[in-house]
Write a new protein. Structure first.
Length: 150
């Protein structure tokens, strides 16, 4: 029997405040370092995408989110070149959050060297391309996209 491929699941937060969203610049991670992304994290075995989001956001930026305040906005299936020979297939779920508790703080300075609030029409040029695409699709009301497949 042929082995099935695996898909890496991740949750992303579009944290919105006064028409601005929060971006985090990757640092020393080995993947897209120096570029902006959304706060995000992998879904662990046995977790839902929402549970992973709540956990990761607390770990990364020290705010508490109530799962009832989380709105699923977009799902993206994509492929990602991990190294010169390995493609990882991914399923990313993007959530909108406009209500949270706590003071925003970068809790992982070894992985993130900047937090930036910006509007969708003024994203930094060094924003990761699939993040730009997801944000464009979210803004247009598109619920699902595929990225990177040839």
């Amino acid at each position: 029997m042929a082995q099935r491929h695996t898909i890496v699941p991740a949750s992303y937060v579009v944290l919105k405040n006064d028409n601005k969203i929060l971006l985090a610049r990757r640092y020393q991670t080995g993947y897209e370092d120096g570029k902006y992304s959304l706060p995000a994290g992998h879904v662990e075995e046995g977790e839902t995408f929402t549970e992973a989001l709540v956990r990761e956001i607390k770990e990364e930026i020290n705010i508490d989110i109530d799962s009832s305040d989380v709105l699923r906005m977009h799902i993206m299936q994509r492929d990602s070149l991990w190294d010169e020979t390995t493609i990882r297939y991914r399923l990313d779920v993007f959530f909108l959050v406009e209500k949270w508790c706590g003071e925003l703080e970068n809790m992982e300075p070894e992985k993130c060297d900047d937090l930036l609030w910006c509007t969708l029409d003024a994203l930094p040029k060094n924003t990761i391309p699939y993040i730009k695409r997801a944000l464009k699709d979210i803004n247009a009301g598109v619920a699902y996209s595929e990225y990177g497949y040839k």
